[in-house]
Write a protein that binds this ligand. Structure first.
Ligand code: URP
Ligand code: ZN
Ligand code: ZN
Length: 471
């Protein structure tokens, strides 16, 4: 019997805490040894000389094959979405299962399981979006789902048909506290936003930049403060997703400094895009419409501060791909589509890690260990997957990315594997790119060539978050 199936030889192993030169020994999908010059004549040797050897990325905020309104179709299904993730150095994704009004939570997750079945290139799990918090959803279904490994739930404070009012959020937080669920919040104020949309459209401001004008930072700041206050009121942890700027970031920092268990996430679009992108010619600006909207250079700086100071524990893509061409994506009424009717979201599942590496590590803003923490380890920890995922350690799944820290790549739509028809980062030069990816010990990308198979990915049942209230 061979000791190892595979040895990753001679690389620099980087985890969220350490950087060491050693080999990684793999057997039966798991990492079974870290050591100097591991030996096994019959093992496959992967030469990692000159490369970084890191845990595969965990992207815990992605939207795949999620219904988005009549006639609107998301560009990626589980095949193209997870392929693109894998080619960007990820080995785990956590998309959302959206509960439609009138649907049970269980029906919602079953639909997404069917959509993912046999189609995932890498491992995946699901968060559940609660849009209809009926007594049975909160009293019976939520605890049953938590027991079954669906341990995180998202709520919207905005969006027609999805948003919950404060009382509904309070009831959800109370249930999550009792049953150990972890709650993620999309914090934008429904009423402030409706007011702004009506005002702008009344003035004839229907072009894409109206989206940013209708959602000034105060809309996000107020909702962030309110969400935090509700979490404090019920005494339960909470994660604020896709934080876009200085004002909400400061609310979160304030809460953390007061000892509240408030966690937060930011995304590439808030480091690289601004409101000016939404002002591009004609309907071009629609490509950059996402919520909250990209803001300004000061907010970009604030997001970096938040990443450096630990205000943000995770960096996710919020990949939410819609075609810009045709009428099934962003522009359902073509060039006449009002900003309030443009499908929200930008693609970015494949470019998340290269952007964080290039703009963060290469520009001296964060170190290598912080890169691993923000892109992989902290996601696994927050969402109950650690140490199976998110680290390089004996006993962990052999989910590994071999990263060329000096490879220069110009991001272009035609090098990406998603099914969207544009990237918001077209022309951006990055340094650092994933070369080889292992998913549970299988080489699924080798020197940039896809070697995996669609359907290799497995569903991951998760533990409760260690930060959830009742354990
Ligand atoms: O614009 C965005 N972020 N679309 C995705 C849905 C969401 O709210 O995360
Ligand atoms: Zn959201
Ligand atoms: Zn999202």
């Amino acid at each position: 019997m061979t000791q190892f199936d595979m040895i990753i030889r001679g690389g620099t192993v980087v985890t969220a805490s350490d950087t060491i030169n050693c080999d990684v020994g793999i057997k039966d999908e798991k990492i079974i040894a870290l050591g100097q010059t591991l030996q096994d004549d019959s093992a496959r040797i992967i030469d990692a000389e000159g490369l970084l050897v890191m845990p595969g990325g965990v992207d815990s905020h992605v939207h795949i094959d999620q219904p988005s309104g009549p006639g609107v179709v998301m560009a990626d299904d589980f095949d193209t979405g997870t392929l693109s993730a894998m080619c960007g150095g990820n080995t785990t994704v956590i998309p959302f299962a959206l509960q439609d009004k009138g649907q049970t939570l269980r029906e919602a997750v079953e639909i997404y399981h069917k959509q993912a079945e046999g189609k995932s290139w890498i491992d995946h799990s699901f968060h559940v979006i609660i849009s209809d918090p009926t007594p049975s959803a909160l009293g019976q279904e939520l605890p049953a789902l938590v027991e079954d490994g669906y341990t995180s739930f998202k709520v919207y404070m905005t969006y027609e048909g999805l948003h919950l009012n404060d009382r509904e959020i309070i009831d959800l937080l109370e249930s999550s506290k009792r049953h150990g669920a972890f709650i993620m919040v999309h914090a934008e104020g429904y009423d402030t936003l409706r007011y702004m949309i009506e005002k702008l459209e009344g003035e004839g401001r229907t072009e894409p930049v109206g989206h940013a004008l209708s959602r000034p930072q105060v809309v996000e700041r107020e909702a962030t403060h309110r969400a935090i206050s509700l979490a404090e009121f019920i005494d339960v942890p909470m994660l604020l997703v896709h934080v876009s700027g200085r004002e909400p970031m400061e609310q979160i920092r304030w809460a953390q400094q007061r000892g509240l268990k408030i966690f937060a996430e930011t995304c590439p679009q808030y480091l690289l895009l601004t409101k000016d992108d939404l002002m591009k010619d004609g309907m071009e600006g629609a490509k950059y419409i996402c919520s909250p909207p990209p803001r300004d250079p000061d907010s970009q700086e604030a997001c970096w501060e938040g990443l450096q100071q630990g205000v943000f524990k995770i960096f996710s893509s919020d990949h939410c791909p819609f075609l810009i061409e045709g009428t099934s994506g962003k522009l359902r009424e073509g060039d006449k589509t009002k900003f309030s009717r443009v499908a929200n979201g930008v693609p970015g599942i494949e470019t998340r890690l290269p952007i964080l590496f290039s703009e963060g590590v290469k520009k001296g803003r964060i170190d290598l260990n912080e890169f691993v923490a923000l892109g992989s380890t902290n996601h696994a920890k927050l969402y109950g997957l650690y140490p199976q995922k998110g680290t390089i350690a004996v006993g962990s799944d052999a989910d590994v990315v071999l990263w060329d820290a000096d490879k220069k790549v110009t991001i272009r739509q035609d090098i990406l594997h998603h099914n969207c028809d544009y990237t918001p980062y077209e022309g951006l030069e990055v340094t650092g790119w994933p070369l080889t990816v292992l998913s549970r010990g299988k080489v699924v990308m080798e020197n940039g060539e896809v070697t995996g198979v669609c359907g290799h990915g497995r569903y991951l049942k998760r533990n409760k978050s260690p930060h959830a209230a009742s354990q």
